[in-house]
Structures are given as C-alpha cells and as structure tokens.
Design a binder for this molecule. Structure first.
Ligand SMILES: Cc1ncc(COP(=O)(O)O)c(C=O)c1O
Length: 363
C-alpha cells in the first residue's frame, strides 16, 4: 500500500473497498455513519432534471441552491452572504482551518481537524475530553486564550455527545469579545432531533460562530459530496470563497439540495428510525460482557470501551462474520480498548448484536 493510502486508511473508518467490495463480497458496514434509509425518493424521482443540467455549467454564484438552503434553515437573519458551499463538509473544514494561524481542537474528534491544521502549518492545541467524554470547558477556554480558533463537533464524532450550551457560553462570550472564531461541526446535527441542540439560533447574536453542515450523514448521500458553512462573519465566509475553485458544487448536489431538504416524509421517517434505534442498540450492547462502557449518544453511532479485549481483535472477529466495525484507537485520546458502531436499521442492528453474542460465547 502506498503512503497516501496508508494515511487515509489509518484515520478513517473500515475500508469496505479493500476488505469487501474489491474481493467480490458484501459486508455489513457498521464503520461508517450514514442514514441506513438511503437516498430519498425525492432525489431519485428527479434525477433526470440533474442529467439535463449536466449539460450546463452551474450558476457560479449558486443563487438557487443558497435560496434552498436558506429556506431549509428557516432563519430570517441568514442571508446568501452568510453561506459558503463545499465539496462535502470536509472541504469546508479544510478551508476554514486554513484561515487561522493556531487552533484548539477538542479531542477525541474527527481526524481531519488535526490533519488539515497541520497541513496548513496551523499551530494546534488539544483539549482532551474527560473519561466520560465530557468537554472540559475551563481547559478549552484556557487553550483558546492562546489560539485563534476552536473546533468542536456537535454532536461529536466518535462519541455522539452534544455541547452543553450553558457551560459553553463563557467561551462564546470570550470569542465574541476578542474577535476569535468558534467552529462547530454539525455534520450529524439532524440526528439529534431537537432543533435546540444546534447553534443555528446563536448565529443571530454571535458573529464568532461558524457552523459546518452537510447532506452526507442524515440525508445518506456521502457520494454526492455536499457540505456548507454558515456564519455572520461575512469576511471569513469571503476569505474561504476566495480560496475555492469555481463550480465546486456539481449539478447533482444542486438537485439534492433542491429536493431532499424539503422532503418531510424522508426527514420524519429518519427521525422516527433514529429515535427507535437509539433506544434499542445501546441497551443491547450494554448486555455484552466484553463491553465495559457504552457512551451515551445523541446520534447514529455509539462509542464503546471494551473490557479485557482489544478493538483490533474484535474488528477481525467481526470481519470473519461479514461485519465491519470502526476501531477507534486512531482517534487522538483513545486507545485500542475503544470501538465505534454505527446505528443501522433493526434487522442489521440485530445481526450485529447476534455476531457479538456469538463472539462472547466463543471466548
Ligand atoms: C464529524 C464529521 N464532520 C465531517 C465529516 C466529513 O463529511 P463529508 O463527507 O460531508 O465531507 C465527517 C465524516 O466522517 C465527520 O465525521
């Protein structure tokens, strides 16, 4: 494997291409966190419109797309000037980080924050969560005092926890007073089904907040590659746009934004599914004797700490049963005692639980 592929494999989920697809068999993928309902019918039914649009360059200002996003976000204070569009949330994460000389990263978290910061020569400070995966708010504030920005997942990957809004407020106030930036990655926010969990409402009052979102996870479209950043800091939005290539969003992503964000049937069905399964799978995992701790989650994945067992061994045993799980040892702050499971539909969740029970019995 060349160095580039080694790097990609070492920081992201299970490699379903190497372990399954390229070998010609299907795997149950519990390593990536995508809505199992799949792509909405509203997208599929209108796919011909996308094919027709593929004959044209998209609108370079993406005016209709931004209007559709504003309609979805449903906040009168959000305008087109407050939005930057990306080829997945990953592009926005990369470019927003490139705008700062130093950053505090709350870890464990999505590996790209650190990779991007280092790539841009941005000095990094880490604020490690407690054993219960809670943010250490005082520590974040202290580290933020010597850096330009802070980035936190809400909900956070890999544990699914949300920011405690009350405890976080002094950090927001500090950023607002000093002109610093708080980047909040809400790539999974739609799974945390109460709108109050998002920082969208705080954008009205606080220019220091920059939110990242995507169609990738909740709308089940990782292949479409669509994400966006929202902030009242128009200078920061413009700085990112200046760094982008023109026409970075293709016509199928435009089509997706137009149809799936208005698809209430899909949204409601997805919310009902996550509500059911978030109450089911963690409880089933708690009954497995080699799982020491199931961290409470607010979205579609579950971090677990293993007891007298390591994640690499569990990964291999699950793979033998056709299931890919996420080893979590490569998240900064975690080790090989941790694994992460995606939440799927009931049938697949049961297959995972059965496989874990079989492994337990064979111990
Ligand atoms: C927290 C978080 N943010 C962003 C991303 C990247 O999303 P996208 O595929 O839209 O680039 C991921 C992908 O796993 C993620 O876990």
């Amino acid at each position: 494997m060349d160095k580039q592929n080694e790097k990609i494999n070492s920081v992201h989920g299970g490699d379903i291409y190497s372990d399954g697809i390229f070998k010609g068999y299907e795997l149950l993928d519990f390593s990536s966190n995508i809505n199992p309902i799949g792509i909405s019918n509203s997208f599929k039914e209108n796919i011909l419109e996308g094919i027709k649009n593929a004959e044209l360059y998209p609108d370079i200002h993406y005016r209709e797309l931004k209007a559709n996003l504003i309609h979805y976000l449903n906040k009168a204070y959000i305008t087109k000037e407050n939005i930057v569009l990306g080829n997945g949330a990953a592009e926005i994460i990369d470019l927003v980080i490139s705008c700062f000389k130093s950053i505090t990263i709350a870890v464990p978290s999505f590996a790209e924050y650190e990779i991007d910061a280092k790539k841009w020569g941005c000095e990094v400070k880490f604020s490690t969560r407690s054993d219960t995966m809670e943010l250490v708010y005082d520590d974040i504030l202290n580290k933020f005092k010597t850096t330009d920005a802070v980035i936190i997942g809400n909900p956070n990957n890999p544990d699914g926890s949300l920011i405690d809004k009350e405890k976080f407020m002094p950090i927001i106030k500090y950023a607002e007073e000093t002109g610093k930036t708080i980047i909040i990655d809400e790539a999974f926010i739609e799974f945390a089904y109460s709108g109050a969990n998002s920082y969208i409402s705080e954008l009205k009052e606080y220019k220091c907040i920059f939110i990242i979102r995507a169609l990738t996870k909740f709308f089940g479209m990782p292949g479409i590659r669509f994400g966006y950043g929202i902030s009242k800091d128009n200078a920061l939005i413009s700085e990112i746009i200046r760094k982008q290539n023109p026409w970075n969003i293709n016509c199928f992503a435009e089509l997706a934004v137009k149809y799936v964000l208005r698809d209430e049937g899909y949204i409601n069905k997805s919310r009902e599914w996550i509500k059911e399964e978030i109450n089911y799978l963690p409880k089933a995992l708690e009954k497995i004797s080699f799982i020491q701790k199931v961290y409470p989650t607010n979205c579609n994945f579950i971090l677990c700490k293993l007891k007298n067992f390591n994640g690499s061994r569990l990964y291999n045993l699950c793979l033998e049963k056709g299931i890919v799980i996420r080893k979590a040892s490569n998240f900064r702050g975690l080790d090989d005692n941790f694994v992460r499971f995606a939440i799927k539909d009931r049938d697949k969740n049961n297959k995972l639980v059965e496989a874990l029970k079989d492994i337990e019995e064979a111990l």
